[in-house]
Design a protein around this ligand. Sequence first.
Ligand SMILES: Cc1ncc(COP(=O)(O)O)c(C=O)c1O
Length: 409
Amino acid sequence: MPLNRLGELLRQEVVSIEAAGTAKGHEKIVTRIVPASGTKGPRFCLEGFGDRQFIRMNSNSYLGLSLTTELIHAEEAAAQKYGVGPGAVRFISGTYQPHVELEKQLAAFHRREACMITSAAYTSVVGVILSLTTPETGIISDELNHNCIINGIRLAQPKIKKVYPHLNVAALESQIKECIGQAQGLIVITDGIFSMRGAVAPLAEISEIVRRYDAHFPRNIVLMVDDSHGVGAFGATGRGTEEYCKAETSDILVGTLGKAFGVNGGYIVSSNPLIAFLREKNPLYIYTNPITPSEAAAALKSLELVQSDRGAHLLGHLRTMTTRFKKGLVDLGYESIASEHPVVPLFVRDTEKTSALVKFLLDHDILATGLNYPIVPKGDQLVRFQVSAAHTAEDIDQVLGVLGQFKSI
Ligand SMILES: Cc1ncc(COP(=O)(O)O)c(C=O)c1O
């Protein structure tokens, strides 16, 4: 069927997104990666840009692990042994030894009883929310939480839904109080690191408030943290925002293997009963393939590296590069936020100017991400930079040099 009427309506919608300047537009296609050499970190070549080599300031691979030979070899060896796909979902013989070992190691890394890996952090979050929400559940969420949390809540249709102003723990407390007597159980959900600007959730305070009111709810208050941008990259030993904030461990922690760990996939760590329940109830675990055994093997190697001296060195270098970049940015007169996370926002607060800065950077061989409405609220338009342990001081200074040129136009 031609879908002629619907097709035309959808085409018009795309045209209006483009006219508003908020389209994501054509995807840039990486054709080659030039390995780091001397004082230069890795460079990326793109289709349609000839031999030009770009510094990537928009990679989630915060420790640079996605390009390390150890991980590549671990993935290759497992692919030779198990093949390149699981062949089925977990309960239909799709569970391989690296999956189980990875779950064991991730639970130990986060000092939890149990872990469940899924195909993505996105599906981890949605699956947990869907599985735990009953017709008597209330959910309370930070207004800048990631899209997976927003859509998870929409799908779960809780009895009560409340959204508190970004990072505002006093508002969170009031909302919890309003739910007393109205819901059997509550789920309080926050990102650990907010992906758009690298803000850090005040997890110690949030956890304290949750514990204070927990006794009012027969099905408890569950504190759930999506720390996709924190795990591996943040905290003294890479254990994420909880470690950074010295917070009590949350009831459910979701992480991704696709950012600092450099591979792909998501995971949930929690108590034994909760993970056992999710293995029986979570549709986004039961009815969809897991990550490949070879991805699991690469993630195991990554976890081993993060906990080694090399991991400590990479974390230290990441912190040094992040401080260097943020200081340079602020010294040039740009607006950012006070956070030590390698997501470094540069607030432009205007859609056209954000696009102009991203283009200027591209013209000068730098890849960074412009975030416009509706991805961020109107007035908060920004260019998001992501520092990596693969960057050298020379790379960071080169980017700052280009930002300095833009300032003087
Ligand atoms: C807070 C947060 N949660 C979840 C995700 C999704 O991670 P994954 O790619 O593993 O699904 C992201 C990715 O951008 C994120 O920023």
